[in-house]
Design a protein around this ligand. Sequence first.
Ligand code: NDP
Ligand code: 8X3
Length: 251
Amino acid sequence: MPSVLITGATSGFGKAAAQRFAKAGWSLILTGRREERLKALESELSQQVPVLTLTLDVRDSDAVTNAISNLPERFLPLTCLINNAGLALAPEPAQKVDLNDWHTMIDTNITGLVNVTHAAMPLLLAHGKGASILNLGSIAGQWPYPGGHVYGASKAFVQQFSYNLRCDLLGTGVRVTDLAPGLAETEFTLVRTKGNQEASDALYRGTTPLQAEDIAEQLYYLATLPAHININRLEIMPVRQAWSPLNVDRD
Ligand code: NDP
Ligand code: 8X3
């Protein structure tokens, strides 16, 4: 039975991915900080497949290493790692941002992703051919926009780290993809605005954003491609999102 380790399974893409992979019969290792949400998901999905929940903060490298290097045999070797845990903070311009918010994004989106990857790599190498590392990047890693500052830069890291991992994993059979979504309706904007439900609703109102299930479907597609195919980067936007012209400062 294939197994998948999903970080940030308590909400949004991670939760939808857990449900999608369970539907296909995969064993699930689900992580996040909110234990009650993990337990609720476990009781929903453990009727279908084996589920292990790990309550942890991806920023805590000791906790991550300890948890992942002691996974029960029934979940090994690992078929797929979905590095999904992440967040944006501080939608305001760079010059107005609290430094702590920048640190939180770097610690989560970069250090956290690296912590989990480092711990899980031996388990994916043990699987070899057909195993995958699926990293949640973003359109923000490629396309700059006002208020993107450290969030976009952290997702540019995810893209380049994914490509560089591919170089080193060549010959092992382990695949790596930078999955880069655009506007998607999850708790992402609620987190970014520190709990402003009105701002979150306003962002998604009157358009047709991606849904968590759309991204879960792409994750499942990537994880189940024939073993000789690696999609390096997959950028997905809603049809109702596109680029704007460059800005010009005028007198
Ligand atoms: P959500 O806010 O709905 O989910 C984020 C998940 O990340 C939660 O399960 C949360 O769990 C987890 N998480 C956050 N910080 C930590 C931490 N320190 N340790 C462990 N888990 C953590 O957002 P999305 O589902 O939208 O986002 C998932 C990923 O997709 C992120 O990396 C995001 O940057 C990326 N993305 C999102 C887009 C969007 O528009 N929604 C578009 C492009 C990319 P908990 O709080 O329980 O720890
Ligand atoms: C999240 C998508 O457009 O807010 O990564 O940067 S966007």
